[in-house]
Design a protein around this ligand. Structure first.
Ligand SMILES: Cc1cc2nc3c(=O)[nH]c(=O)nc-3n(C[C@H](O)[C@H](O)[C@H](O)COP(=O)(O)OP(=O)(O)OC[C@H]3O[C@@H](n4cnc5c(N)ncnc54)[C@H](O)[C@@H]3O)c2cc1C
Length: 437
C-alpha cells in the first residue's frame, strides 16, 4: 500500500495518515503537535473528539465553569488534521501500520511518522476498597461525577440528619496540584450551596487532605507551599501528612496511623501511571513504564517514531538532572518542538519552565514566575487564572470560560445537580448516567 495525502481510504478497513504523520492521542501533547503541523496535516487517533483542558477541571467540579467549555473540539483546534475516533490497539513497526478499534470496527492506518501521545491514567493502588469507593480525578467524567455526588450529599444530609456529618465529610488523597486545587474549589462549591440548606448550618463539616509526603505541593517553592498549607488550614482543612490511605469502606476511610473517619466522599489524586496501551505497542520503556526518547523526542532506537507528554520520559537540556514533569506546560513545549523536528533535521529539546501556579479557591492562589518571583493571595489567584485562560487554544473557548468564571464569581457557583435526571421512555424511566452534565 502506498501513502496518499489527505488520509483517504485506500482499501476497506485501511487508511493512510494525512501528510504521513499519525498521532496517537488527542490530549494536550498530541493535539498541539497536530495544530503546530498546520497545513502539513496529520491524522489523530483519539477516543474523544475533544482535547480536555485539565487545568480547569477543578473549576468544572466546583460548578464555576461549564464542562463543555473545557473540552476543545479537535476538529476546530486542528482544522488540517483528520480525526479517527477510536483507540490505538496494536502497532506493526515493520509494516508501519497501527490498528485502531473504532465503533465501526477495526481500521489499519499506515504512517510514515508515528507520534505517541497517549498520556497517563489513574493508578489505583491495591488499597482495600479504593477502586470500589473512591473517585478518580483525571477526566471530565470524574469532575462531573464529583460535582453531582457532592451536591447529592448535601441533599441526602438534609433527609438523613443522623448521618449528616458523614455526608459532609470529604477526604482528598494526594496533595499535588490536582488534589489541592480540587479540594479548594469543591469546598467553595459546598460553601455556596449550603446557603440554600439552612437546616445544615449547624452540621460539622470535615475536609481532610492526605498525603504520604511531609508537605503539600512538594513541587512548589517552599514559601508558596507553606502559604497554601496555611490557607487550607485556615479554611478548616485537616492536613494529614506523612500519612497514607490504609483502606476505604462504603462509608468510612482508615489511614495508615490508624485513624478512622466516616466519609461518603473519597477523591483519589495521589498517583498516575503511563497508559496501559503502551505495553502491547512494544516500544522501549523505563522502569516507570514511560517511553524512552532521546533529546530530540525520538523513541530510543527508532528513526520514525516519536513520543511526548505524560507517557514519555523526556530529557530536557535545561534540566539535565531529571526528565520533564507530567504537566501541560511541558507537554505543550514538547509538542511545539516535536512538530518542528518532524519537518527539519531534529534538534535537542530545551525548555526552562515559566513557573507554576495553583488556585486555592475563589480568591486565593499561588504563582511563581520563572522560579524567581513569588505571588500569593489574590495576586497569585489572578496570575494563575490568567495563565490558565491564556493557554486555552481557541479564542471563542477562552471567551466562554472567561464569561463562566465571571458569572460564577459574581453570582456564586452553579449548583444545579443532575444525577437524578431520568430520560423519557415509553416503558420504564431510565436514570441518566451520573456522568451526564
Ligand atoms: C485534574 C488535573 C489537573 C491538572 N492541572 C494541571 C495544571 O494546572 N497545569 C499543568 O501544567 N498540568 C496539569 N495537569 C497535567 C496535564 O493534564 C498533563 O500533564 C497533560 O494533559 C499531558 O498531556 P498528554 O498529551 O501527555 O496526555 P493527555 O492530555 O492525558 O492526553 C492523552 C490522550 O490519549 C488518549 N488515549 C488514551 N488511550 C488511547 C488509545 N488507546 N488510543 C488513542 N488515544 C488514546 C486520551 O483519551 C487522551 O486524549 C493536570 C492533570 C489533571 C488530571
Amino acid at each position: 500500500m502506498t501513502l496518499q495525502s489527505g488520509g483517504q481510504l485506500s482499501q476497506t478497513g485501511r487508511r493512510v495518515a494525512r501528510g504521513g504523520t499519525l498521532i496517537l492521542g488527542g490530549g494536550f501533547g498530541g493535539a498541539h503537535v497536530a495544530r503546530c503541523l498546520g497545513k502539513k496535516g496529520a491524522t489523530i487517533v483519539s477516543p474523544e473528539s475533544s482535547m480536555l483542558y485539565t487545568p480547569l477541571l477543578p473549576e468544572v467540579a466546583a460548578g464555576a465553569i461549564e464542562p463543555r467549555h473545557v473540552a476543545v473540539p479537535l476538529r476546530m483546534m486542528c482544522p488540517h488534521a483528520d480525526l479517527l475516533l477510536g483507540r490505538a490497539e496494536a502497532l506493526d513497526e515493520n509494516a508501519r501500520i497501527v490498528t485502531v478499534e473504532t465503533d465501526a470496527g477495526e481500521l489499519h492506518v499506515a504512517y510514515e511518522r508515528l507520534v505517541i501521545a497517549l498520556g497517563a491514567v489513574v493508578s489505583w493502588l491495591p488499597i482495600p476498597g479504593l477502586d470500589q469507593h473512591a473517585v478518580g480525578f483525571k477526566n471530565l467524567g470524574d469532575a462531573l461525577y464529583l460535582r453531582n455526588h457532592v451536591l447529592c450529599q448535601l441533599d441526602t444530609a438534609s433527609v438523613d440528619p443522623d448521618n449528616a456529618e458523614r455526608h459532609l465529610s470529604f477526604v482528598f488523597v494526594g496533595a499535588g496540584y490536582a488534589g489541592v486545587e480540587a479540594l479548594a474549589e469543591v469546598r467553595d462549591l459546598v460553601e455556596d450551596a449550603l446557603r440554600y440548606h439552612p437546616n445544615l448550618s449547624d452540621v460539622q463539616q470535615r475536609w481532610v487532605l492526605v498525603d504520604r509526603a511531609a508537605k503539600i505541593l512538594p513541587e512548589a517553592p517552599d514559601g508558596l507551599g507553606d502559604y497554601a498549607a496555611r490557607q487550607l488550614v485556615r479554611r478548616g482543612v485537616e492536613l494529614r501528612l506523612s500519612t497514607t490511605l490504609a483502606s476505604v469502606e462504603e462509608h468510612a476511610v482508615t489511614l495508615s496511623d490508624g485513624a478512622r473517619m466516616d466519609a461518603e466522599t473519597v477523591v483519589w489524586t495521589a498517583r498516575i501511571k503511563p497508559n496501559g496501551v503502551l505495553a502491547p505497542l512494544g516500544l522501549p520503556v523505563d522502569k516507570r513504564g514511560r517511553v524512552i526518547v532521546d533529546s530530540s523526542l525520538r523513541v530510543e532506537g527508532r528513526t520514525n517514531v516519536w513520543a511526548l507528554g505524560d507517557c514519555a520520559a523526556v530529557p530536557n537540556q535545561a534540566t539535565p538532572d531529571r526528565t520533564d514533569p507530567p504537566t501541560c506546560q511541558h507537554a505543550l513545549r514538547q509538542a511545539r518542538h516535536l512538530a518542528k523536528n518532524l519537518r527539519r533535521a531534529p534538534k535537542p529539546y530545551r525548555y526552562r519552565s515559566m513557573g507554576q501556579g495553583a488556585t486555592l479557591g475563589r480568591d486565593k492562589g499561588i504563582a511563581n514566575l520563572l522560579g524567581i518571583v513569588n505571588f500569593k493571595g489574590t495576586a497569585g489567584s489572578i496570575l494563575t487564572r490568567w495563565y490558565y485562560l491564556s493557554q486555552i487554544p481557541i479564542f471563542s473557548r477562552r471567551l466562554r470560560v472567561l464569561t463562566d468564571g465571571t458569572v460564577s464569581f459574581v453570582f456564586g457557583r452553579d449548583m444545579a445537580e443532575l444525577c437524578t435526571l431520568e430520560r423519557s421512555s415509553p416503558t420504564v424511566p431510565v436514570t441518566v448516567d451520573r456522568f451526564a452534565s
